[in-house]
Design a protein around this ligand. Structure first.
Ligand SMILES: C[S@@+](CC[C@H](N)C(=O)[O-])C[C@H]1O[C@@H](n2cnc3c(N)ncnc32)[C@H](O)[C@@H]1O
Length: 197
């Protein structure tokens, strides 16, 4: 790989996401990002919140791109990606006081999502926050026609993908010691769901 990977969606959503998570993470120190993707979010958020230590992670295939973004930005508060597939039993030895993840639960199979919440339950310190950005359904309904079309597009691309139900995510959160604290509306029919350990 010679060119840094760029996701146009990140360019559009990073500032609105920052405006919410900088309040959430104001008194936090160590953040684990699950599914860092290109690495763009990590650089943008860590640069804007220098009080945080931002641990990137993803499947191994995405590490070269993440490393390119981190190396170019050369920030003091980003950590190179750890190999993290949420279906693994052991993620790391570390406890974090925040977890951030964007656009991951509609990409991984539904069978992986309980593992994601189990891992977050294990790796969040008491009082720690989990902020999950993406599109969601409520009581089985899409929040917009464009999300419904996006869901169809996902399923045509890969049968196991699809927009998840808030209520099912919240059940999994509760099972793992997390309490729902907020749902912040974001541009383009996305949300940031927030749970606390
Ligand atoms: C649509 S991308 C989102 C990337 C980035 N967070 C963003 O918002 O641009 C979905 C991400 O989920 C990650 N992912 C998929 N399955 C995963 C799993 N089982 N464990 C951890 N990450 C996974 C992918 O590798 C990818 O980085």
């Amino acid at each position: 790989m010679t060119e840094k990977p760029v996701a146009e969606a990140c360019v559009r959503n990073q500032q609105p996401i920052l405006e919410t998570i900088e309040e959430l993470f104001r008194d936090k120190y160590s953040i684990l990002e699950l599914g860092s993707g290109t690495g763009q979010h990590a650089v943008y958020f860590a640069n804007a919140m220098p009080w945080l230590k931002w641990q990137t992670s993803d499947l191994l295939e995405n590490h070269p791109g993440i490393n390119m973004w981190l190396e170019e930005a050369n920030l003091a508060n980003t950590l190179p990606p750890i190999e993290l597939d949420v279906t693994q039993t052991v993620w790391s030895e570390q406890l974090y006081d925040g977890v951030f993840s964007a656009n991951t639960v509609h990409i991984m199979p539904w069978t992986a999502v309980p593992k994601l919440f189990e891992g977050i339950g294990r790796h969040l310190d008491k009082g720690g926050l989990f902020a999950l950005y993406g599109p969601f359904k409520y009581e089985g309904k899409f929040t917009s026609e464009s999300n419904q079309r996006f869901d169809l597009w996902l399923k045509e691309r890969a049968e196991h993908q699809g927009i998840r139900d808030f209520e099912k995510l919240d059940d999994l959160a509760e099972l793992n010691g997390l309490t729902f604290v907020n749902d912040v509306a974001m541009p383009s029919n996305n949300q940031i769901l927030v749970w606390q350990k």
